[in-house]
Design a protein around this ligand. Structure first.
Ligand code: SAM
Length: 267
């Protein structure tokens, strides 16, 4: 369980951001490879867009790419130090608006103003009410034709992780036996892809696609990318779900390519 307070404590102080978040892209060969090889193939149909909102921007690992794909970018994060870091990093950009929020509210975003809403590698740590609260607000802030791409946890599909304390003796034994993953990357155990899809449906939205993936794990598909639109959107259709156990193979291929084609990139 990662409460809002824990998220704030970690990201707004305890965590030292040694490479501004790029450290989490190491398995892909760096943030550029992860962006061009893993993210852009999934979102290229939704960008460029006039207005983009990034929820939970951190130190701007994805902001650096999103800013060049829109006329107006808005970034929101619960951590004041993250927002400050982004303001400094993108000081030359005049089309970015910055907000520190309370970890829940998007009230600062005008109604029907966003063409594309993006959140990646952040809300995986959010508890169900927080995540669902954000999803609910998409209905108000998306333009009728707008699209959201939200990365969130699916760990709730595996109840064993809420019963066994992470890194306890029992966990270590079960990990050795292959019954549990060694590391579930602080994913939130109370969220499943199916819950998010049902919540969207109940709130005038639709997850038109969900890709359920492994994330640093061997077997467990602990994460999900949900593409969400309004039910009155021309893009709305029945939910399509795929289970993709090959995310880390994808990362591995990109890592190899980065060594070959980006020999000067710091990794
Ligand atoms: C692991 S970092 C990832 C940052 C960035 N997305 C990246 O991939 O580099 C998680 C970020 O999410 C933010 N965050 C966590 N929970 C949040 C919430 N409920 N609302 C807004 N921001 C949140 C944290 O402050 C932190 O900046």
């Amino acid at each position: 369980m990662a409460t809002l307070e824990e998220n704030k404590r970690v990201w707004d102080g305890k965590y030292k951001w040694p490479q501004g978040g790029d450290e989490w892209s190491a398995a892909w060969g760096g943030a550029r490879m992860q962006w061009y090889g893993t993210l852009l193939p999934r979102i290229h149909d939704f960008v460029p867009a006039d207005s983009i909102l990034e929820i939970a921007c951190g130190y701007g690992r994805w902001t650096q790419f999103l800013k060049d794909l829109c006329k107006e970018l808005t970034v929101v994060d619960l951590s004041a130090s993250c927002v400050k870091a982004c303001k400094e990093r993108f000081a030359d950009e005049t089309h970015i608006k910055y907000f520190v929020n309370n970890g829940k509210s998007l009230d600062m975003i005008p109604d029907e103003s966003m063409d594309f809403i993006f959140s990646f590698d952040s809300l995986v740590h959010a508890e169900a009410p927080i995540l669902k609260g954000y999803v609910t607000q998409l209905k108000r802030i998306l333009k009728p034709t707008g699209i959201a791409f939200i990365h969130h946890s699916n760990l709730g599909e595996y109840p064993i992780y809420s019963r066994i304390t992470p890194f306890s003796k029992t966990h270590k034994i079960l990990a050795k036996l292959g019954v549990m993953e060694e590391n579930i990357h602080w994913r939130e155990g109370g969220v499943t892809a199916a819950d998010v899809a049902a919540h969207a449906d109940a709130n005038g939205l639709r997850c038109i696609s969900q890709e359920i993936v492994n994330w640093g794990t061997k077997k467990a598909l602990i994460d999900c990318f949900s593409v969400i639109v309004r039910q009155d959107s021309p893009h709305c259709h029945d939910t399509e779900v795929i289970r993709n156990p090959r995310m880390m193979e994808e990362a591995d291929t990109l890592l190899k390519l980065s060594k070959l084609y980006e020999p000067n990139t710091a990794r």
